[in-house]
Every structure is written in C-alpha cells, then in structure tokens.
Design a protein around this ligand. Structure first.
Ligand code: ATP
Length: 498
C-alpha cells in the first residue's frame, strides 16, 4: 500500500468514527508522521512505556509518572475525551489485563455514544483481546511494489545528489529490496551509500545480508542461503525431474502463461526423516533461481487471539512481496495436526488451516510452496486433495542404487581423493534400511576415526566399522516406517525415487 493510500484509509476510519484503529507495523516513526498529518485539528496525545503520558507533537509530559491505567482513567470523562486522538504504544502486554481492557472498552462506549475521539494502537505485534475484537480495525503498512521501490531509490539518489546510477543497477537494487518497507529501504540505502558515497553493485551483498537479518527479526520467515543443488541429492530421480520441469515454467513465467501453462503452486513432500526432503526444498530454490524462505510453523502459532492468523497473513504477504520465491513450509503436520481427524483440532488451528487452504487454492503469485512433512497420517485430508498442491511425493528409504550415489556424494565432498579406492558396492550391501542422513553420519564417523588414528587415507574398512557401530533409522523405527510406507502406497502418492 502506498503511503497516500494508507493515509486515505486512516483518514476515512477516523472520520467514520471507528473507535480503535490498530496499526500493525515496524515503522513507528513513519506511522508517527502519518498520524501527525491525518490528525490536524485534533489534540493528539500518546502513552508509551518509556515516557508515559505525553503530548504527541512535542513529546512534553502531560502528567508525571503516569501509568497506562491512570491515563485511561482520566479519559473516561466525555469532555476530556472530545476531539482527541489517543495513540497507544508498547501496550500489547497490558492488553492481557482485564482492568486495562475494561477501561479501553469504557472509552469505546463513549465514542459509540457520539464523543469525537479515536484510539490508535501502534505495534509490531498484532494481538487483539477477544473482548475488543469487534471494535478494532486493523491497518497495515504494506510492502512496496517494484516500481514504488525504484521511485524510492531514485528519490534517494536525487536528494543526496549522487552520481548517475545505471538503470540496470537500479533494477537489481529494486529486486533486492523486495519484501522490505520504505523505512527499511531508506536505511539500507543510507548504509550502502555511507561507505564510499556511491551506490554500486558491491552494495548488493550488504543489502542481501541485512535483508536476511531483517526478515529474521520479523520473526516468522527465515531466508535460507542457497548452497545445495540437485547434484547434492543422491537418487530421488522422479522428484528431481519434476522440479527441473517446473523450473522451466517458473523461469519463463510470462511465455509459459501466454502459452496457457498454469503458474506452479507447489509440492508436498512427505516421508521418512533424514531422506532428503529439506535438501529438495533448497535444491528447488536453486533450480528456480529465486530466494528460499522458510516458514516456521511452530513460531507462527501465537498465544494471543488472532495472532496466529495475523502471523500467517504477514508471512504470506512477505513471501508474496519477495516473490518469485520458494516458500518452504517445514514440518507441516506440526501446525495442522488433528484437524479433520479424531483429534478435532482447536479453533485457532482450524481457522489457520482454512486460511492456508484458501491461499493455496487462490494463489496467483509466483510464491512456490514446498511443504515437507514426516507423517502425513496426521494431516487433514482436505490438504491432500488435488488442486491444493500440483503434486504429492513420498520419499522412502533409499534403494541400493540411491545409497551408492549418496555414499559417493558425501565421500567426494570430504575425501575426494579416496573415493576411487573405496569399495562403495560393499558399503551399499551393508546399509539396507539406512537413511540418507544415516549414510552421511557413517561417512563423517569413518573420516573422523581415520584422522584420530593418524591414517593418511580413509579405507573401506573404516567405513564398514562405522556402519557396524550405527543403528540405522529402520532399526530404530521399523514399525512406524512400515506403516508409513503402506499408507503412501494406498494413497497412491508419487514415489520420489525411480
Ligand atoms: P527431516 O524430516 O528429519 O528434516 P529430511 O528428509 O528433511 O529430514 P534432510 O534434512 O534433507 O532430511 O537430510 C538430512 C541430511 O542427510 C542432509 O543434509 C544430507 O546431507 C543427508 N541426505 C539425506 N538424504 C540424502 C540424499 N538423498 N542424498 C544426499 N544426501 C542426503
């Protein structure tokens, strides 16, 4: 949303007498600016944790040592409330206190009876107590479109009288800034410019690192550095091939769409732990040549009413702003366990799940979802229906050919000069029931023990010893694996392996 649109909305809400406007943003100072512009003609007062009750425009304290409760107490007199905008900051923890909530409700009652006033809550956390839900209108400062970002860059160049920057570089900067707010973009531009007084290609690296941190700070998404490629995956040929086909569409979205191809939505990869599900999410982003964002389902689930949904909406908005990207939803079953099954699921998870399904169904942005799950028996059946994901794959324990490749990959990574002398076939024969992660562990152990024993090379024997000392995944969870395997076969999911 452009500022002007945000301003218009804020104006409209205040004029229409909406009692509480909740501005969900990290950009406090920018919002201050907007409130100042919109609030002309009103008296604006503020409460915040560090300074207490102050005059919004000047910052002058209006009452010494004033707690939030004391301030709200004062405002219960209609004459004192008239023509006021009350800005509340740092109040999220207080919204858990019934006394505070009831005082805010008292103010809302007066506003609804005709007193001309508005409460504006400004916070980076979205948390609305149930009792206030129907009086609250949420406003968010949205991410900028690429053209808007370009304008911010050009304005920055002009106002700092920087030397000409090539159009192609401005475009690259604009793409790097996707998913950041105007305030963050301006800060990063200032940072890039401060080292040598110019904006150059070398600043892109800094911007990328900073962006990674900013996204992490926002809390729900993480930007994962891309190191792994399809060549790091042993086996899983069907899945890899599928990704390669989708990559062709993804990288040529315009012409593909003109040709009549649908935008790829995403894939669900289910199956045995440690067999390359995460590896595939990373390799996919690499193939698609786009950033990889990991959504932490555990962190998404907030403790306040509406917080989880707010978080999901924010995560989706951020992913769409950064798109084209791969949105990796790890351990999907953790979030949606119990829905549709016997467990029932609680209201929040059911609603969250509904929101997620609707988004998946209606999604038109190039945010490609890679969802991974260990146990699909815990997932609601609606999720597995056609149309949500383009395809559902299951990943089982690696077969002989695959184990050979996995050994080769991990040995070559660490001891490329020994690969030729190690009898990989004999290792394969001894590792039936091992996962990819087990094999990687065996290789690491063998190398470490050869080193500890002052050997110059790693031999077949070293690896065989490590194998004998390992309890494989299938040894540890035999029954669960067999059950899972059957489940996948009856549901006719595609096998990731050939
Ligand atoms: P989890 O469900 O436990 O997260 P996962 O299926 O996502 O497991 P990964 O994280 O992809 O498993 O695999 C763990 C590690 O095991 C990887 O970092 C990789 O080194 C190794 N590995 C697993 N499968 C393969 C494979 N097919 N080829 C090469 N390495 C593999």
């Amino acid at each position: 949303m452009e500022d002007s649109m945000f301003k218009t909305k804020l104006n409209r809400y205040i004029d229409a007498g909406f009692p509480i406007i909740y501005i969900n943003t990290f950009e406090e100072s920018k919002v201050d600016d907007l409130i100042r512009q919109v609030g002309v003609g009103n008296e604006i007062i503020e409460w915040n944790e560090s300074r207490g009750y102050i005059d919004f425009a000047t910052g002058t304290p209006l009452m010494e040592d004033c707690t939030l409760e004391m301030m709200l107490n004062q405002l219960k007199v209609p004459e004192l409330l008239e023509r006021k905008i009350i800005v509340l900051k740092d109040v999220v923890p207080y919204l858990e206190e019934p006394r505070i909530v009831s005082k805010i409700k008292g103010i809302v009652r007066l506003i609804n009876q005709g007193v001309d006033a508005t409460v504006i809550i400004v916070s980076s956390v979205l948390s609305v107590p149930k009792e206030l839900e129907k009086f609250v209108t949420i406003l968010e400062l949205d991410y900028l479109e690429v053209d808007e970002i370009k304008q911010v860059i050009i304005n920055f160049i002009n106002s700092n009288r920087l030397s000409m920057v090539k159009e192609t570089l401005i475009n690259e900067f604009a793409v790097a800034f996707k998913g950041l707010t105007e305030f963050e973009i301006e800060n990063l531009l200032a940072l890039s410019y401060s080292d040598d007084g110019e904006l150059t290609r070398s600043d892109l690296r800094v911007i990328f690192d900073q962006k990674q941190q900013m996204i992490k700070k926002a809390g729900i998404l993480e930007m994962i550095p891309l190191k792994e490629t399809v060549d790091d995956i042993g086996g899983l040929e069907n899945l890899k091939e599928w990704f390669i086909k989708k990559a062709k569409v993804f990288k040529n979205m315009d012409s593909a769409q003109k040709f009549g191809v649908d935008i790829p939505k995403g894939v669900l990869i289910a199956g045995v732990p440690g067999c390359g599900k995460s590896l595939n999410a990373k390799a996919a982003a690499n193939l698609f040549e786009v950033p990889l964002l990991r959504l932490d389902m555990g962190r998404l689930m907030g403790k306040y009413v509406g917080e989880s949904e707010g978080n999901l909406r924010k995560a989706i908005a951020l992913a769409e702003a950064i798109s084209p990207c791969v949105l990796w939803i790890d351990e999907l079953e953790k979030a949606f366990a119990g829905i549709g099954g016997d467990g029932g699921g609680n209201d929040v998870t059911v609603r969250l799940f509904g929101n997620f399904l609707t988004w998946m169904q209606e999604k038109t942005s190039p945010a490609f979802v890679v969802a991974t799950a260990n146990d699909i028996t815990k997932l609601p059946p609606e999720l597995l229906r056609k149309g949500r994901f383009d395809e559902i794959f299951y990943v089982g324990l690696p077969n002989e050919r695959e184990r050979e490749k996995i050994f080769r990959i991990h040995l070559s990574k660490r001891r490329s000069k020994d690969v030729g002398t190690i009898n990989i076939r004999s290792l394969v024969a001894k590792t039936n029931g091992f996962s990819g992660a087990d094999i990687e562990g065996v290789v690491k152990d063998a190398i470490e023990s050869a080193f500890s024993n002052d050997k110059d090379t790693v031999s077949t024997e070293d690896v065989l010893t490590a194998i004998n000392n390992t309890h494989s995944l299938s040894e540890l969870m035999k029954e669960a694996l067999e059950k899972m395997q059957k489940e996948y076969e009856t549901r006719k999911f595609k096998n990731a392996s050939r």
